[in-house]
Design a protein around this ligand. Structure first.
Ligand code: PEP
Ligand code: MG
Length: 877
């Protein structure tokens, strides 16, 4: 078995495609050597060895033999000898997993030095200062990384020394000072570990290799893996490489650079370097590095070589590279190359530019930008330079950041917004009555509620930041304050919300407003060429529909008609309808609503001309449209105090009784959805009449209108058949009256487990399905949509669940019901059109899952349409 791979010059054994075995760093070092780029020779011990070692605690003897052979080869290639006093070979030891993992093991440089070899190094190089500088660096790194001694112990000794000698920079310390420091460092090691620093280079190497392998399972690495979904079974490789020295004097140096600007994506070489330094000095920030462009003046030859190499690397890997280099007495060496981390804006620009430059194809470009990056580009974010403290954290319910003054009521939010004040609406939870205030606010904070609570859904629809279910906040409406532990925030105080992370911050934090560039349009148009699934939007106003069209939505997948019932002009008629004691009174109220609903639909149809519009009939329980009991009680007291008439008081009392009689223990499982439409058929009939009249009128004026009528929350096929009979009757009679023939569909939401399991029966009645994965998640898990915020954060923190299932579709459970629903549905109606309109319709992993199980389209809030377009394309690639 081959466990060790040599690299450097013609002897190189690995290549770029061997990342699984050699890790990213090792594979790329080998690849650079293969390309003839100067790389200090060395070898990589494979990830396989890591796994064997972690499993058994020892190495197979073959590994030891192969390492020894590699050292021999290294000695031959470099002409130096490991542990030799005359001409010592020094090496670096670095970890290197398949993907780079910051926070895992650091680097050990200058390994192989001891009290004897350091003297040899001094003599050989004629540079005593350099030799002892290298030795003290080695002791620090070995102490910190291998022996687990706190870094600051060495740092303080170094500072003390500089202070004592009255110098500022490390480079001002002479050889004698460094010699003294070496002794101090060795005694720190003795004090901290109870053992002398190991003088034997072979022992040093063994310990360093063990430390790298063990670091795979340190807490930082485990946490990093969990956060980034990196499997523990990968293991890390170890790279052992001969040293080159950036600290040999003024013609030596070291630096890091990006082949393009990682912040903007601009095509310019970008980076920094330090002369007479080793790698860690650049990162440590003790001396200020120079911008890479000045290297052209200080060392023109090295710069020219570096330029040639970085271009070669970028071309070869067809991606922006992050490189590390060292110049040793004028000679350039490359220590690392990898795909560079970049901002969202840079990712987009680089992807599009590289297609235009012929470096990559469109499909590759589509994979180079993540849907999360697109999301970031569409919303303001907190300036990464800003300093602030997070007061409390809730659910990241709607992305983006917002700053404003705290207000506690929707009315107040509207008033202040009229005076051009920026406000943050803080509520225990929001209800449809708060819409105006939510619209006026910059952002919304709620104490209760989950990822599909009213606040979350509406805020996402508006493209506004929202932090939901922030349970640490407690609101006191009597004093108009909220508190978190012992911090009190008054109405009018400034707060900042970050809806991307769920953070609540006191005060005004600087925000960055992204600029959406032409490149986004270009990339999304490529996504449209590739994707096979449609992307629609959830919208219930012409304005939202328009926004979604501009983002590229191809129709509406969910128009929640209840949102239309809350308009100020119609709430009285809605209440009359609910309070009606008999059908005739109810019909009269509905007659008032009919023209308004028709107006609503006309507005939306016009914006979506030529595209399908799915209109869902009324869903929520009726008491949501009535005033609350307490509100009425207050009103009653006020009327009484003002000496109001007994008739007035009687009316209020009657309303209170009605409100009380409609209270449900479990409204989410109560008298809602099609249950409402079946028990009060006049409501759905009125809605269908409004839909079909609006469509007929527009069709007569020459427009192409495609209405799809959707019945919510069915669990049994009979519910759909019963509702459908009425609906079709109304639709046909409206068309006959108008003399217009429309193509319209009647379909249903699948949002209850029973509906998914009996989808074959339901598909006989339904012409389309739309999976309502919000309710389906609620009913599959038995987690209340509105109360899950109380325990879900705990579940996620403690790894009971990986994700909030209301945000990321639970593929194994809820997803399995969706899969069954599709399969059964198509078994009785093969051409059944199927979409998803729960909040998961705009979540990248859920979109990809939807594609794989055969959805025809996804539907999501307008601001997530671009994300869904890209995710749908990535699903195909
Ligand atoms: C759903 O349940 O997924 C859905 C889209 O409907 P709503 O969120 O309005 O209940
Ligand atoms: Mg629903």
């Amino acid at each position: 078995n081959k466990f060790v791979y040599f690299f450097g010059n013609e002897e190189t054994e690995g290549k770029n495609s061997m990342k699984d075995l050699l890790g990213g760093k090792g594979a790329n070092l080998a690849e650079m050597a293969n390309l003839g780029i100067p790389v200090p020779p060395g070898f990589t011990i494979t990830t396989e060895v890591c796994l064997l070692y972690l499993d058994k605690g020892v190495y197979p003897t073959e590994v030891i033999d192969q390492i020894n052979n590699a050292i021999l080869k290294l000695e031959k290639v470099t002409g130096k000898k490991f542990g030799n006093n005359e001409n010592p070979l020094l090496i670096s030891v670095r970890s290197g997993a398949r993907v780079s993992m910051p926070g895992m093991m650091d680097t050990v440089l200058n390994l192989g030095l001891n009290d004897d070899t350091v003297a040899g190094l001094a003599k050989k190089t004629g540079n005593e200062r350099f030799a002892y500088d290298s030795y003290r660096r080695f002791l620090t790194m070995f102490g910190d990384v291998v022996l687990d001694i706190q870094h600051h112990k060495f740092e303080s000794a170094l500072s003390e020394k500089k202070q004592k000698l009255g110098v500022v920079l490390d480079t001002d310390l002479n050889a004698d000072a460094l010699k003294g420091l070496v002794e101090t460092f060795k005694s720190i090691i003795r004090d901290e570990t109870g053992k002398d620093f190991p003088q034997d280079p072979r022992k040093q190497l063994q310990m360093a290799i063990d430390a790298v392998f063990n670091s795979w399972n340190n807490q930082r690495a485990i946490t990093y893996r969990r956060l980034n979904n990196i499997p523990g079974e990968w293991g890390t490789a170890v790279n052992v490489q001969s040293m080159v020295y950036g600290n040999m004097g003024e013609t030596s140096g070291t630096g890091v650079a990006f082949t393009r600007d990682p912040a903007t994506g601009d095509k310019r070489f970008f980076g920094e370097y330090l002369m007479n330094a080793q790698g860690e000095d650049v990162v440590a920030g003790i001396r200020t590095p120079e911008s890479i462009v000045t290297l052209e003046n200080t060392m023109p030859e090295s710069y020219a070589k570096l330029e040639e190499i970085y271009k070669k690397l970028e071309n070869h890997f067809s991606d922006m590279q992050d490189i590390e280099f060292t110049i040793e007495e004028g000679k350039l060496f490359m220590l690392q190359t990898r795909a560079g981390k970049r901002t969202a804006a840079a990712a987009l620009k680089i992807a599009v530019d590289m297609v235009n430059e012929g470096l990559i194809d469109k499909r590759t470009a589509l994979m180079r930008v993540s849907p999360e990056q697109i999301d970031r580009l569409l919303h303001p974010t907190i300036d990464s330079q800003a300093e602030y403290e997070v007061l409390a954290t809730g659910l990241p319910a709607s992305p983006g950041a917002a700053v404003g003054k705290v207000v506690f009521t929707a009315e107040h939010a509207e008033e202040m917004a009229k005076n051009n004040e920026k406000v943050i609406l803080v509520r225990t939870e929001t209800s449809p009555e708060d819409i105006g205030g939510m619209d006026a606010a910059q952002g919304i904070l709620t104490v209760r509620g989950g990822m599909t609570s009213h606040a979350a859904v509406v805020a996402r629809g508006m493209g506004k930041p929202c932090v939901a279910g922030c349970g640490a906040v407690s609101i006191d409406m009597s004093s108009l304050t909220f508190t978190v532990c012992d911090v009190t925030v008054n109405e009018g105080d400034y707060v900042t919300l970050d809806g991307t992370t769920g953070a609540l911050i006191i005060g005004e934090v600087d925000l960055i407003t992204p600029t959406v560039s032409g490149e986004l349009d270009v990339l999304l148009s490529w996504a449209d060429e590739v994707r096979e699934m449609g992307v629609r939007t959830n919208a219930d106003t012409p304005h939202d529909a328009q926004v979604a069209r501009e983002f590229g939505a191809e129709g509406i997948g969910l128009c929640r008609t209840e949102h239309m019932f809350f308009g100020e002009d119609r709430i009285p008629a809605v209440r009359d309808m609910i309070l009606a004691e008999d059908t005739n009174v109810r019909k009269a109220a509905l007659d008032k609503l009919l023209p308004m609903q028709k107006e609503d639909f006309m507005g939306i149809f016009k914006v979506m001309e030529g595209y399908p519009v799915t209109i869902r009939l009324l869903d929520p329980p009726l008491h949501e449209f009535l005033p609350k009991h307490e509100e009425l009680a207050d009103k009653l007291r006020a009327v009484e105090a003002a000496g109001g008439s007994s008739k007035e008081m009687e009316d209020i009392k009657r309303l209170m009784e009605r409100v009380d009689s409609m209270v449900e223990t479990n409204p989410m499982l109560g008298h809602r959805g099609c249950r409402l439409g079946i028990t009060y058929p006049e409501i759905y009939k009125m809605q269908v009449q409004a839909i079909i009249e609006a469509a007929c009128e527009l069709k007569s004026s020459g427009m192409d209108i495609v209405p799809e009528i959707m019945v919510p929350l069915i669990s049994h096929v009979n519910e759909l058949s019963s509702a459908k009979k009425d609906l079709v009757e109304v639709a046909e009679s409206v068309m006959a009256k108008n003399g217009v023939k429309l193509d319209y569909l009647v379909g249903t939401m699948i949002e209850l487990p029973r509906a998914a399991l009996t989808a074959d029966q339901i598909a006989k009645e339904a012409e389309f399905f739309s999976f309502g994965t919000n309710d389906l998640t609620q009913t599959t898990f038995g987690f209340s949509r509105d109360d899950a915020g109380k325990f879900l954060p705990f579940y996620i923190e403690n790894s009971i669940l990986t994700n909030d299932p209301f945000a990321v579709l639970d593929q194994e459970g809820v997803g399995e019901l969706v899969r069954i629903g599709i399969e059964k549905g198509r078994s009785t109606r093969p051409d059944l059109k199927i979409g998803i309109c729960g909040e998961h319709g705009g979540e990248p992993s859920s979109v990809k899952f939807g594609y794989n199980i055969g959805l025809n389209y996804v539907s999501c809030s307008p601001f997530r349409v671009p994300i869904a377009r890209l995710s749908a394309a990535q699903a195909v690639i």
